[in-house]
Design a protein around this ligand. Structure first.
Ligand code: MN
Length: 375
């Protein structure tokens, strides 16, 4: 029986029912006729660098030491001739291969940020001036490609007063979309009072602070020195998740209740930890003589947004949608460290409603980073 025969055999009632259910399917899944290439995509954790910062990182590598970021930095910034991996040239390129890669895979916008560890391994003066150089350069990049890039500002936590000045300049003058910080600075964390001016400025400027990973701080480094545990496989998430838990348990979010924080890598595993954090945090705080206004899960819901960078697991995403809601999740690639094609295929095909897909692929990023379509 061919298709026409089959259709002719249907009563008008059953055809109507069939069309009705097709309509229901459309309503449930948004535009059912969408082809994958038409989904708007804003990638929110995309790395770049400038030659001055790359050169300064090469000097840090050559100075040596025990810092756990050094092994990865050595492979990127001080590789022996002929063995250099592709990352450095891709980090430096914003006009050619990067845009070709975005075009090839239908990525509309990359939210650019200075790659980890940013300026956080330099002395305070060098860090402060290189943050300004990187931000000025990033502003020029966005001016050259206003429809393709948005920008997160760097600052030097080593000097909180000058960091605040640069944070203000980058939002009010350079019109950036938020801030990036790469977890600890000299093994210190943002909940410590000397860094409160930075949190206060981010809140006052109403711009999100993306806490991006770097390797574990000195005090917890030892077990991560084996098996390359310090990096993306495990250490980055432990370090950055710990930073976020410190912000939640320290009570600092009672002081800055409107602070917006973004975490990559599917929330650095924290959505999975919410029940246990809630169960255990209150007795811990009482024992320490401290009372926080909210439970960890309530701070997480109020103050945090996560991105999917580097975790292209549909089940992990499903869990996060159910746990914290699709409004709190943004798509990211982690270019150039992660390949674009599978990140795109992930957001285009992971099981979720089409309304949620629109939120995660671009709508949340447009709202949270205030990305407007720029001609
Ligand atoms: Mn990254």
């Amino acid at each position: 029986m061919d298709r026409r025969t089959a259709l002719a055999g249907l009563s008008s009632l059953s055809i109507g029912a069939a069309l009705g259910s097709l309509g229901d399917a459309r309503a449930a899944h948004g535009s059912a006729d969408r082809t994958p290439g038409k989904l708007r995509k804003l990638a929110t954790e995309e790395a770049f660098t400038v030659p001055e910062v790359a050169e300064a990182l090469r000097r840090v590598v050559r100075a040596g030491g025990s810092n756990l970021d050094l092994p990865v930095l050595a492979t990127i910034y001080d590789a022996p001739a002929g063995t250099q991996p592709r990352f450095l040239s891709e980090l430096l390129d914003v006009d050619e291969r990067r845009i070709a890669d975005m075009d090839r895979h239908g990525v509309d916008v990359q939210v650019l940020s200075l790659t980890a560890p940013g300026v956080q391994m330099f002395d305070a003066d060098t860090a402060t001036s290189l943050a300004i150089v990187a931000n000025d350069r990033l502003a020029e990049i966005v001016r050259r490609h206003p429809a393709r890039y948005a920008a997160l500002a760097s600052f030097a936590p080593q000097d909180p007063a000058r960091a605040v000045k640069e944070m203000e300049r980058s939002i009010t003058h350079l019109k950036f979309n938020g801030f990036i910080v790469n977890s600890h600075t000299n093994s210190e964390y943002l909940d410590q009072p000397r860094y409160w001016p930075i949190l206060e400025a981010a809140e006052a400027l109403d711009a999100p602070l993306y806490i991006h990973p770097r390797a574990p701080s000195d005090g917890m480094a030892a077990p991560f020195r084996d098996y390359r545990l310090e990096g993306a496989a495990w250490g980055y998430g432990v370090e950055t998740g710990t930073h976020a838990v410190r912000l939640m348990l320290s009570g600092v979010l009672d002081r800055f209740p409107r602070l917006k924080i973004v975490l990559g890598h599917m929330g650095e595993a924290l959505p999975f930890w919410m029940w246990r954090l809630d169960f255990m945090a209150a007795p811990g705080a009482r024992a320490a003589g401290r009372t926080n206004q909210l439970k960890p899960s309530e701070y997480f819901q109020r103050n945090f947004t996560i991105t999917t960078s580097g975790v292209e697991d549909p089940l992990a995403l499903r869990y996060c949608i159910d746990k914290i809601g699709a409004d709190s999740i943004m798509w990211a690639i982690d270019y150039p460290y992660q390949p674009t094609a599978p990140a795109v295929s992930f957001i285009e095909s992971a099981p979720m409603s089409e309304a949620d897909r629109d939120r995660i692929a671009y709508k949340n990023a447009e709202r949270i980073f205030r990305v407007t379509a720029r001609a």
